[in-house]
Design a protein around this ligand. Structure first.
Ligand code: HEM
Length: 135
């Protein structure tokens, strides 16, 4: 008589062949989360509370900030980390909830394409922004 039980929800590929990707992804969520606390709260404080709050934000204010490589780098780090952190989080949600292999595949493709497009567009804008709109 066999006492072996089925393994419910067991992965299709055995753990030994799956590598450490999910471990690094888990670690990345924690580390990027910590960095985002500083970047996002700092951003909210500067944009919405300091010096008259949100009413001071206009083209000139943004142009002034992006004249400094420090704020360019701040915004670049926030863009990349929020996009990769958020995207990796949504990847986990898709893996957890999509029932069909094809649904899971296409949702993740849509996610990855949108991540690449937003990171590329945002990075392009930060580095090519020209405060002189008259030419
Ligand atoms: C304030 C800074 C943030 C911190 C400290 C933080 C922290 C975390 C941590 C630790 C996880 C992993 C949860 C788990 O594995 O159980 C997570 C998941 C996630 N985060 Fe963040 N995060 C922050 C900002 C953001 C931002 C800005 C976005 C969106 C752009 C975002 C979107 C997500 C998503 C979609 C998940 C997956 C949720 C899930 O697995 O159910 N987070 N976050």
């Amino acid at each position: 008589m066999s006492l072996a039980l089925d393994k419910p929800r067991s992965p299709k590929r055995p753990a030994a062949r799956r590598g450490n990707g999910e471990l690094y992804s888990w670690l990345f969520m924690r580390l990027s989360g910590l960095l985002l606390v500083v970047l996002v709260l700092g951003h909210l404080f500067i944009m919405n509370i300091l010096d008259g709050g949100v009413h001071k934000i206009n083209f000139g204010f943004v142009a002034g900030r992006w004249a400094s490589p420090f704020w360019q780098f701040w915004d670049l780090a926030m863009l990349w980390l929020a996009q990769i952190h958020g995207g990796n989080g949504v990847r986990t949600v898709i893996n957890d909830y999509a029932r069909k292999d094809s649904t899971r595949f296409w949702l993740k493709m849509l996610l990855y394409v949108s991540m690449v497009l937003i990171i590329a567009l945002g990075t392009f804008v930060i580095f090519t922004f020209d405060p002189n709109i008259s030419n």
